[in-house]
Design a protein around this ligand. Structure first.
Ligand SMILES: C[S@@+](CC[C@H](N)C(=O)[O-])C[C@H]1O[C@@H](n2cnc3c(N)ncnc32)[C@H](O)[C@@H]1O
Length: 225
């Protein structure tokens, strides 16, 4: 039996209409950014389910785990983590997007397992220590909102992890061609890898092609020692 999510889609469409008109740097002007198979919601990026599978994220989830998603966007990872694991928090400066996350959590019956914080990660005060922190295309963002140094951002992530907790990092999309804007994303990714290597236990790191020819994303898993 398939559930009818048309009311939720209408709620999301109404929020996005306002978001697009009031947030100049909105990612949703052409098409919504995140997609979510569970609610049959299409977007630009692979669905959260496909990303969870491709990135191997289920190994980090569990009924006893509390996780944080930085730059949580529509909150679809947060709700999916709550559906399949324990509690999940999202921190996202754009309050419209958190409203989408709350509406989705309510429609899926997981409101009691999620929390959305409307503030920049830089200003976020963690209410507890996390088992896992996800930073998915949320450091050195293309919208220009995240421009802290890797040591500040990932130092803060490390401090909010339980001992032995892990951070999963997905970079923004970059090229290795000097001079382009996308090259600055490559330098940002390199600064993250260097910081993780020097300050945490870098458990895994790999690069994949991303979209158009010559574009890549970096992935890394690091453990708090
Ligand atoms: C490229 S999108 C990635 C969204 C999501 N993490 C994903 O991978 O599907 C970047 C997200 O980070 C948010 N963001 C940008 N700067 C931020 C900051 N300083 N603190 C919190 N969120 C931020 C944006 O509003 C946007 O939702």
């Amino acid at each position: 039996m398939t559930t009818d999510f048309s009311d939720l889609h209408q709620t999301i469409a109404a929020i996005l209409e306002k978001e697009i008109s009031e947030v100049p740097e909105s990612y949703n002007k052409k098409r919504p950014y995140q997609s979510y198979e569970r609610i049959q919601f299409p977007g630009i990026r692979w669905s959260v389910e496909k990303r969870i599978t491709e990135y191997g994220l289920t190994r980090f989830l569990g009924a006893d785990k509390v996780v944080l998603d930085i730059g949580s966007n529509f909150g679809f990872f947060v709700t999916e983590f709550a559906m399949t694991g324990g509690s999940a928090h999202g921190v996202e400066w754009n309050g419209y997007l958190n409203d989408i996350g709350r509406a989705t959590a309510q429609a899926l019956g997981v409101s009691g397992k999620v929390d959305f914080f409307t503030c920049s990660f830089e200003d976020f005060i963690a209410p507890l220590q996390y088992d896992v922190v996800f930073s998915l295309a949320a450091f050195y963002t293309a919208d220009g909102h995240e421009r802290t140094a890797a040591r500040d951002y990932f130092g803060k992530v490390e401090a909010m992890l339980k001992p032995g907790g892990v951070v999963f990092y997905e970079s923004t999309s970059y090229t290795k061609t000097e001079g382009s804007e996308a090259y600055s994303h490559y330098l940002a990714r390199t600064s993250v890898l260097d910081w993780l290597r020097e300050n945490m236990e870098l458990v895994e790191e790999y690069e994949t092609p991303s979209g158009s020819d010559g574009y890549f994303r970096q992935f890394a898993v690091a453990r708090r020692v």
